[in-house]
Design a protein around this ligand. Structure first.
Ligand SMILES: [Mg+2]
Length: 171
């Protein structure tokens, strides 16, 4: 895989996490999801997870294994969210490092092509997933309703750079 292709998601959802349905999971023959937390499942400044996300996770886990893998060093925050979802988790994962994600895939006991990484960031989530040969899914960031039009400046730069390198980030 060439360098710039490492930033190309296999699937650009064009929606927040709720756009990821059981149908899509089955269609891509996925049995495990490595989920980013901040701005993928919960807005960054929000402590509590929305009940809708809890329901989404409950539906997904009827068919796939789920793990939370976050770069956030605030382990109590990630633990609280993981407990609410009743899911195993890793905090301080250091994505795009492969080390922690490799451990998670090993714990899932699944071949890499049946595991997807799901996240809102190209240079952490998607890069880490592609480096490991996982299926990579880019979601729109989950932001509070009053910030709906504000995207993180870093994400905007990442999308711009990646597009410049010839990647397709349209749905
Ligand atoms: Mg994130």
């Amino acid at each position: 895989m060439r360098c710039h292709q490492l930033l190309q998601p296999d699937l650009v959802l064009g929606d927040v996490i709720f756009g990821l349905t059981l149908d899509l999971i089955r269609q891509h023959q996925l049995r495990g999801l490595v989920l980013d937390v901040d701005e993928t499942l919960v807005p960054i400044r929000q402590a509590e997870i929305d009940p809708e996300v809890v329901r989404w996770a409950a539906i997904m886990r009827s068919y796939t294994q789920l793990w939370l893998v976050s770069n956030n060093l605030n382990a109590p925050r990630i633990r609280r969210i993981a407990e609410r979802l009743d899911l195993p988790y890793v905090a301080g994962a250091g994505k795009p490092s492969r080390r922690k994600i490799r451990q998670v895939v090993r714990a899932m006991d699944l071949p890499v092509h049946q595991v997807a990484i799901v996240g809102d960031r190209l240079f952490t989530d998607i890069l880490a997933g592609n480096r490991l040969g996982l299926f990579t899914i880019l979601v729109e960031p989950m932001v509070p309703p009053d910030q709906a039009l504000r995207t993180s400046p870093m994400r905007t730069v990442e999308v711009w750079l990646s597009t410049l390198m010839g990647n397709t980030l349209k749905q």
